[in-house]
Design a protein around this ligand. Structure first.
Ligand code: BG6
Length: 487
């Protein structure tokens, strides 16, 4: 089978609070993730709190704060975002390794509170902008295009404390000022942008800055994020017509547990309840079926008269998504978030990772077809990969054949989507191409990378970077444009 189209972009993806560190350097303000503790599969991540009576408390990361509580940092608590993997000081070395593999693209997020420390300022922090200038300069040395996530699941903590995060329309203005600053500053050097990360999956203080997580609050916040994105898309095209704008969606596939029509219909509706976010943003309007979605949840969106026009004027140029696994659902399945999993029933045909995520490469081809049929816009797989425990041997090697197998199987299915189904796929960025902190558990031992980083779950270690076996394999994939997937 012939290879991917010329110009197909192979690369890796990261987010600032899982990778960058330097949480109090370079004039950066506190970000909402700086208050999130580590966790594990058994122990949820928490936001540490100062309670209304001044005493100490904490709350699981996706739950509502007790009345009067505020996020607080304590000296004796470990917060993974503070150091993360220290890209802040290692970016030259990390990007050189990406260059060696032959990456054509690197997806990273800019930390909002590094550019606007409180989010409310009118002028940006030059030192923060300069850091990302330097990152882009380094990427240019290796012909790697930046793919910038403007906001990856976080915001300046000041905006959360003062305005209750995205529940306030004021934050739309702050976001647009921040996004416009980036679009102007990096004009001509970056043309691939994501306005938000996994907008259909994020909630919790760290991610949207709201103190309460009831459905009314969360969906109102999402409405404000849709508006902020649409306004930004319009501005981005005015600044540079070559800008390609996307937003990232968590779109791991869903299957009915049986062919009973009740299960098939239930699966269809659950999938649709996941897809309406991309419907709004790619098409520019709320689909009819969201009336029922909101009615069932007793959610009444507060909209200004101009909101529908704003959405219509800022549809996305490309549909970008994460795909890690598939889920199986019946009419009785309750989909709730737990430890990074959106529930689902066992699929007897699939094996799962050590973190319980079913491995399903064919689901990726299915998803690519579904999304292209639905939107008729170019697609980009901006997250995919295998989080596993990697063992470094005494001689310094990491034999991660399981990761190579996972990726090869997914690439084969992408190839079929491109060559047989004729889906226009722009590129692929593997999640956590350099090992980084897990979002759901805050662990280091759930590793995704081609590059091993010597740090443990508490951030102890040398931070030394080493090539895994998958590094050499990915080099071959990049250099043959996906033609040679053998190992
Ligand atoms: C996506 C997020 O949900 O999945 C990333 O955009 C995250 O931030 C990734 O890291 C993998 O999840 P986890 O929990 O294994 O880190």
């Amino acid at each position: 089978m012939s290879a991917f189209t010329d110009g197909f972009l192979w690369g890796g993806a990261t987010s600032d609070f899982q990778y960058e560190g330097g949480f109090n350097e370079g004039g950066k303000g506190l970000s909402t993730h700086d208050f999130e503790t580590d966790g594990s599969l058994e122990r949820p991540r928490m936001i540490s709190l100062k309670l209304a009576d001044g005493s100490r408390g904490e709350v699981p990361t996706r739950e509502s704060f007790p009345d009067g509580a505020e996020a607080e940092i304590y000296d004796d608590v470990y917060y993974p975002s503070h150091k993360a993997v220290d890209f802040y000081h290692h970016y030259k070395e990390d990007i050189a390794l990406m260059g060696e593999m032959g990456f054509g693209v690197f997806r990273f997020s800019i930390c909002w509170s590094r550019i606007f420390p409180t989010g409310d300022e009118l002028t940006p922090n030059e030192e923060g902008l300069k850091f990302y200038d330097d990152v882009i300069t380094e990427l240019e040395k290796y012909n790697i295009q930046p793919l910038i996530t403007i906001c990856h699941d976080e915001l300046p903590d000041y905006l959360a404390k003062k305005y209750d995060g995205w529940s306030s329309r004021h934050v739309i203005d702050c976001y647009v000022r921040y996004a416009t600053t980036l679009l102007e500053r990096y004009k001509g050097r970056c043309r691939l942008w994501l306005t938000f990360n996994e907008i259909n999956a994020v909630n919790g203080y760290a991610q949207i800055g709201t103190h309460k997580q009831d459905e009314q609050t969360v969906y109102q916040a999402k409405h404000h994020m849709f508006l902020a994105s649409a306004i930004t898309v319009k501005i981005a095209h005015q600044i540079d017509p070559d800008n390609m704008m996307g937003t990232m969606y968590a779109l791991s596939q869903m299957y009915p547990a049986t062919c009973a029509p009740e299960d098939v219909m239930a699966c269809y509706i659950k999938r649709r309840n996941n897809l309406w976010f991309s419907d709004v943003m790619a098409r520019g309007y709320y689909p009819n079926y969201t009336d029922e979605f909101f009615r069932e949840r007793n959610v009444k969106l507060v909209k200004e008269p101009e909101d529908d026009k704003i959405l219509r004027e800022g549809p996305l140029d490309m549909v970008t998504f994460s795909y890690y696994r598939s889920m199986t659902v019946s009419k009785d399945t309750k989909l709730t978030w737990a430890m990074g999993l959106l529930g689902g029933d066992q699929n007897p045909y699939l094996e799962s990772t050590n973190w319980g995520w079913p491995i399903d490469p064919i689901g990726l081809r299915y998803t690519l077809n579904e999304l292209y049929d639905r939107y008729q816009k170019p697609l980009f797989v901006v997250e995919n990969g295998l989080g596993e425990i990697d063992i470094m041997k005494e001689d310094g090697t990491v034999e991660d054949d399981y990761r190579i197998r996972y990726l090869a199987q997914h690439f084969e299915e992408m190839k079929k989507a491109v060559n047989i189904d004729k889906v226009p796929l722009l590129g692929y960025t593997m999640w956590g191409s350099t090992d980084l902190v897990s979002l759901s558990t805050g662990e280091m031992k759930k590793r995704y990378g081609f590059v091993y980083v010597d740090l443990d779950d508490k951030g102890n270690g040398t931070g030394i970077r080493s090539r895994k076996k998958s590094f050499e394999w990915m080099k071959k994939v990049c250099h043959t444009n996906g033609e040679d997937l053998s190992f």
